[in-house]
Design a protein around this ligand. Structure first.
Ligand SMILES: C[S@@+](CC[C@H](N)C(=O)[O-])C[C@H]1O[C@@H](n2cnc3c(N)ncnc32)[C@H](O)[C@@H]1O
Length: 292
């Protein structure tokens, strides 16, 4: 039998048939498959190697590995957890059930910050811009900003020690220096920041049924849901943020698409002297908010 025949048969069993190719290419060069040469320099297999592989005969052990992967996909395990990494802002991040898989919407938040980077300045000209990422998870936002701006001094916090462990690994993998803290929002944070960014958990516990089955079953609750109808972390950032922000400091937050006006009102009440703006994502939905 050829790889293509087995891949076709097995993919047909899946609700999302392309996921098998994604996983095999993602795992392809890790040594998981006997018929594929290991290449530790590449996390993913390029399209040409994949197409060539499809014409090769496949051994029993590899059929067994593919069948196991299909079982996991049928159980809706996210493909990124199966391969063990995800791409974010053209960087690679290890991911597993300790952290949320970083999303495209959050890449848009990073892009928005980078588009406005010239307005993000340090209070003192001889000091680096100080950044705090609250609820860093895999470290996606903090690491991407540090990578683009090696001159910024980036700190990142999370309530979850498990997430912080993985974020530290990701900082090392991506070769950036970040100060990590375990903190419930600001409670262990010291000093002031020129930029506070966060993609906090923001789903109302009452809306669990609206969350995709795969997300609900495998991604951590602590990364998804927040008290006070999903607003708990926004409330803390709005109410306590002033004590952690420099005078010209800015805040950038990801928001649920229905939360824009409420989060805006919260921020305006606490930062009356600043401008608060809602921004839309690629799909035209309210997704980000900034205070400057
Ligand atoms: C939506 S995830 C975002 C992860 C990552 N920043 C991203 O954008 O992919 C929210 C993160 O906030 C963390 N978190 C939840 N409650 C928190 C709290 N009270 N203080 C700090 N972090 C918290 C979770 O552990 C989780 O890692």
């Amino acid at each position: 039998m050829l790889w293509i025949e087995v891949i076709r048969q097995l993919s047909a069993q899946l609700a999302e048939p392309f996921e098998l190719e994604f996983v095999v290419r993602g795992l392809g060069q890790s040594g998981r498959f006997k018929g594929i040469q290991t290449n530790k320099d590449r996390l993913t297999m390029d399209k040409l190697t994949w197409l060539n592989l499809m014409r090769e005969p496949i051994g029993d052990e590899d059929i067994e590995s593919l069948t196991e992967i299909v079982q996991q996909l049928k159980k809706q395990v996210p493909p990124q957890y199966i391969v063990g990494w995800a791409e974010f802002c053209d960087l690679q991040f290890k991911v597993d059930e300790r952290v949320l898989i970083p999303r495209q919407e959050t890449e848009e938040l990073v892009r928005l910050i980078l588009e406005n980077k010239d307005s993000i300045t340090s209070e003192m000209t001889d000091k680096p811009v100080r950044v705090l990422d609250i609820g860093t998870g895999s470290g996606a936002i903090a690491i991407s900003l540090a990578k683009k701006h090696p001159d910024w001094q980036v700190s990142a916090s999370d309530l979850s020690l498990d997430a912080l462990e993985l974020a530290r690994e990701n900082a090392k993998l991506n070769d950036v220096n970040i100060d990590f803290f375990q903190s419930d929002v600001f409670d262990k944070i010291e000093g002031r920041f020129d930029l506070i960014v966060s993609n906090p958990p923001y789903i109302d516990w009452a809306d669990q049924n609206e969350v995709d089955d795969s997300v609900r079953a495998y991604e951590p609750d602590s990364a998804l849901y927040a008290d006070h109808k999903g607003y708990a972390i926004y409330e803390k950032i709005a109410q306590e943020g002033r004590d952690y922000l420099t005078q010209n400091g800015q805040i950038y937050l990801e928001i649920g698409y229905k939360q824009g006006e409420n989060v805006k009102a919260l921020l305006e009440a606490n930062f009356p002297e600043k401008e608060v703006r809602i921004h839309q994502d690629f799909f035209g939905k309210d997704r980000m908010i900034n205070v400057r």
